[in-house]
Design a protein around this ligand. Structure first.
Ligand code: VG1
Ligand code: CO
Length: 538
């Protein structure tokens, strides 16, 4: 075992979802070692089990070898590492829980592009299978600021071969990435019913976006459920995701969207992001907004998914996510919690049994089966709804809106803008919040203008400054916040929501436009960040 002197790197502070940086920054000598050693210093894994897997992007394999050497140097008892190093984020969560591991390391920058000039990321998950809470990420960060050595054992593990080897005193097991996760899905959903459904006339297309879900989707949809070969496309994980953005939304999954737009396209389309925790749901000619998807799954799950037959304990959504889920919770007579952005905030509610289903507007939906959002779970949930109702995606949405009214929703992203301009804009807005109350906006009036702060109802921890909210008298809202996952400049996210009880057939862009214009003017967006239009609208 070697103890190697090192010096701290600045900025190893985990954001919304782990530490995300340019790949080259991660590849600097000592950078990865420092961060991982800081994890081992902050969380005692001596003799414990650790799970390691990533989304297969460039630098995944090298990073895993380094992590294994550090794990052995820090006397981790056992490391479960996925074959080829590839494991989806929800599957890491599943493996941690199934094997009683003390934690896991997820190597991913999620939906961000991969490659030497693109992004890389690492996230530590705790023994519940979920992203470490802020108390732990803070401890890791503080450690990165004072670290002066790391400990390693020499060695190399062949990740292509299943089985056990030893590195120092650590047992390293290369595991089948699919087994635990697929078994869990079979426990949650009615595979017999889905098999009948997918062997009928129904046609689906699943786009793996060259990310980690391809092999999982092939196994589940084609091999186990009998969907025709070719139902799953772009199913081989590539180090650079084929040079594309593995982000399942209307902009980056444009080919799938186009295929579903045609009259002769499949009945159902879905896609997941690079690490498999996000999902996009499409019907023929229709798109399910993530907030609606959360509400519809929550409403329908007890009726058509065996694991939720006994009903839901509660629902949670991140603050910017549409309030459609709140109306479902009210109708079911169960609580709906509003948390800050980022899956880590759902963990305590799930662990305490206060919620069963939760989601975010950023194409993330999940349940208490793991502690990450789960893209394929959401796809299986939608297939279960369609099999149960016999309706099209569009009919399911129409029915939902007829019963609950409709939340028109859009998110506008301005990517890679100047950090100083973004900070100045946010502080100018914060300085004016008091004066905004009562002001006219988009045909209504501002009722509340504040910074969202959250007190965890389970453990009492407080998280402040999680986005500026403008709540209008007519029930519409706008949320303004800066991203915590970007690796270049700042990304500004503007979230807009407008509710109608009866008018459910408007065009979302037209409905949102007056509010978006008004918020743009209030922020002096054009003058401050010099952009006439958002880069991505979802
Ligand atoms: C974004 C999303 C957030 C999501 C996070 C991680 O964070 O808004 O809802 O949980 O990405 O998703 P931010 O801070 O950039 O807005 V994933 O699929 O990138 O792990
Ligand atoms: Co992701």
């Amino acid at each position: 075992m070697a103890t190697i002197p090192t010096q701290p790197f600045a900025g190893q502070k985990p954001g919304t979802s782990g530490l995300r940086k340019k790949t080259r920054e991660f590849m600097q000598p000592g950078y990865l070692e420092n961060f991982i050693q800081s994890v081992f210093d902050a969380v005692d894994l001596d003799g414990q089990t650790l799970v390691v897997g990533g989304d297969g992007r460039y630098f995944n394999r090298e990073a895993i070898q380094t992590i294994l050497r550090l794990a052995a140097g820090n006397r981790v008892g056992r490391v479960l590492v996925a074959k080829d190093g590839i494991l989806s984020t929800p599957a890491v969560s599943c493996v941690i829980r199934e094997h009683g591991a003390a934690g896991g390391l997820v190597l991913s920058a999620s939906h961000n592009p991969g490659g030497p000039d693109a992004d890389f990321g690492i996230k530590y998950n705790a023994s519940n299978g979920g992203p470490a809470p802020e108390e732990i990420t803070e401890r890791i960060y503080r450690r990165t600021l004072e670290i002066d050595e790391y400990r390693m054992v020499d060695g190399y593990v062949d990740l292509e071969r299943l089985g056990s080897t030893r590195m120092g005193k650590t047992d390293v097991e290369v595991i089948d990435p699919l087994a635990d996760y697929v078994a869990l899905m079979e426990k949650i959903f009615d595979f017999d019913r889905l098999r009948d459904f997918l062997r009928g006339d129904f046609r689906m297309r699943f786009d793996g976006m060259n990310g980690v879900t391809g092999p999982f989707a092939r196994e589940i949809f084609e091999n186990l459920l009998g969907a025709p070969e070719g139902s799953v496309i772009r199913a081989t994980p590539l180090e650079d995701f084929g040079g594309e953005h593995p982000d399942p939304n209307l902009t980056y999954a444009a080919d799938l969207v186009a295929e579903l737009a045609g009259a002769h396209g499949p009945d159902f389309g879905a896609a997941c992001d690079g690490d498999g925790d996000r999902n996009l749901i499409l019907g023929r000619g229709s798109f399910v907004s993530p907030g609606d998807s959360l509400a519809i799954i929550a409403d329908m799950a007890p009726k058509c998914i065996p694991a939720y037959r006994n009903g839901l304990a509660g629902i949670a959504r991140s603050m910017p996510t549409s309030m459609a889920a709140d109306r479902v919770a009210a109708s079911l007579g169960i609580p709906c919690f509003e948390t800050p952005t980022g899956w880590k905030f759902f963990g305590s509610l799930l662990d305490a049994g206060r919620i069963t289903i939760c989601g975010e507007e950023s194409f993330g939906t999940g349940s208490n089966h793991v502690r990450e959002k789960d893209g394929l779970w959401a796809v299986l949930a939608w297939l279960s709804i369609l099999a149960h109702t016999g309706q099209s995606v569009s009919d399911v949405m129409q029915d939902h809106w007829r019963r609950f009214g409709r939340s028109y929703y859009q998110r506008h992203d301005y990517e890679n803008i100047s950090s100083s301009a973004a900070d100045a804009m946010m502080s100018s807005l914060r300085g004016r919040l008091g004066a905004l109350v009562g002001m006219e906006m988009a045909g209504s009036r501002i009722r509340v203008a504040d910074d969202f702060s959250y007190t965890d109802p389970v453990n009492g921890s407080v998280t402040k400054n999680q986005g500026t909210r403008l709540l209008l008298e007519d029930g519409s809202r706008a949320v303004i916040r800066l991203s915590g996952t970007g690796t270049e400049g700042a990304t500004l996210r503007l979230y807009f929501e407008a509710y109608s009880k009866d008018e459910i057939a408007q065009n979302p862009s037209e409905r949102i436009c007056p509010l978006a214009d008004a918020v743009g003017a209030l922020l002096e967006l054009n003058a401050r960040v010099g952009r006439a239009a958002p880069d991505v609208v979802t």
